[in-house]
Design a protein around this ligand. Structure first.
Ligand SMILES: Nc1ncnc2c1ncn2[C@@H]1O[C@H](COP(=O)(O)OP(=O)(O)OP(=O)(O)O)[C@@H](O)[C@H]1O
Length: 232
């Protein structure tokens, strides 16, 4: 690993309760992710990819184990400290975009900046810059339902990156798009993450998407294994 680890996962275990039974999903996950690295996470449906991503984002709590982001064990933090860490240092891209329908494009992208206390002028400048990076500089005032799926996902990517988070988590970002649009979205997500020097973890079902990452991992039977070391 060339750069120092930004994310360290140690011995992560998690089970869900179902009708009195315990179903193990994560069964001893260990991983180190370097700064600026791009990881693709593969695994069959139901293998626990979203569960793992939600734990990295501090949304869910593992039953056992430690997740350390930028030197902080996130589940040792108070709820408030974890919310602040998430707001400042994590960006999330969802399969179904999750834009707020009553806010314009610019307001959606500016939201993380507003939550982090940036001034209006600064928000306008940063939103303008990233809108032109994603090729939607002319759609400031549009609402999400006036945009195509691919355009909405570009906005969601801009929202995930605009506050300069250390780590970007993307849960099947192309899963709801046709192949050509998905390819375009991946180029934007990977290109912008490299340009802005972000660390990226992408959950995907597509080996083609995964092959664009620095490292491919597969989640199977609750543990992670490595799948080669392609470069892009
Ligand atoms: N809150 C919950 N309570 C009980 N079971 C859950 C809960 N959340 C997820 N599961 C189960 O845990 C397993 C892993 O779910 P998860 O969504 O993490 O899988 P995934 O690999 O992301 O799947 P997909 O590729 O289909 O999105 C699934 O069997 C799911 O039904």
């Amino acid at each position: 690993m060339q750069n120092k680890p930004l994310l360290v996962i140690e011995e992560l275990y998690h089970s869900y309760q179902e009708g009195g039974d315990s179903r193990p999903i994560l069964n001893g996950i260990n991983l180190q992710v370097a700064e600026h690295e791009c990881i693709a996470l593969l695994g069959r449906s139901g293998s626990g990819k979203s569960t793992l991503l939600n734990m990295l984002a501090g949304i869910d709590t593992p039953q056992q184990g430690c997740i350390n982001i930028m030197g902080q064990a996130i589940h040792d933090l108070s709820e408030r400290e974890r919310t602040l860490l998430r707001r400042r240092h994590i960006g999330f891209v969802y399969q179904f975009f999750n834009l707020i329908p009553t806010l314009t494009v610019a307001e959606n992208i500016g939201l993380p900046l507003e939550l982090n206390g940036h001034k209006e002028r600064e928000i306008k400048k940063l939103v303008g810059l990233i809108l032109s990076d994603i090729g939607l500089g002319n759609r400031w005032n549009a609402y999400p339902d006036q945009l195509s799926g691919g355009e909405q996902q570009r906005i969601a990517i801009a929202r995930a990156l605009v506050h300069n988070p250390a780590i970007v988590l993307a849960d099947e970002p192309t899963g709801n798009l046709d192949a050509e649009t998905g390819e375009h979205i991946m180029r934007i997500l990977l290109g912008l993450s490299k340009q802005l020097k972000r660390t990226l973890i992408i959950v995907t079902h597509s080996l083609e998407v995964a092959e664009k990452a620095d490292r491919i991992l597969t989640l199977n039977d609750g543990t992670l294994s490595t799948h080669g070391d392609p470069h892009w």
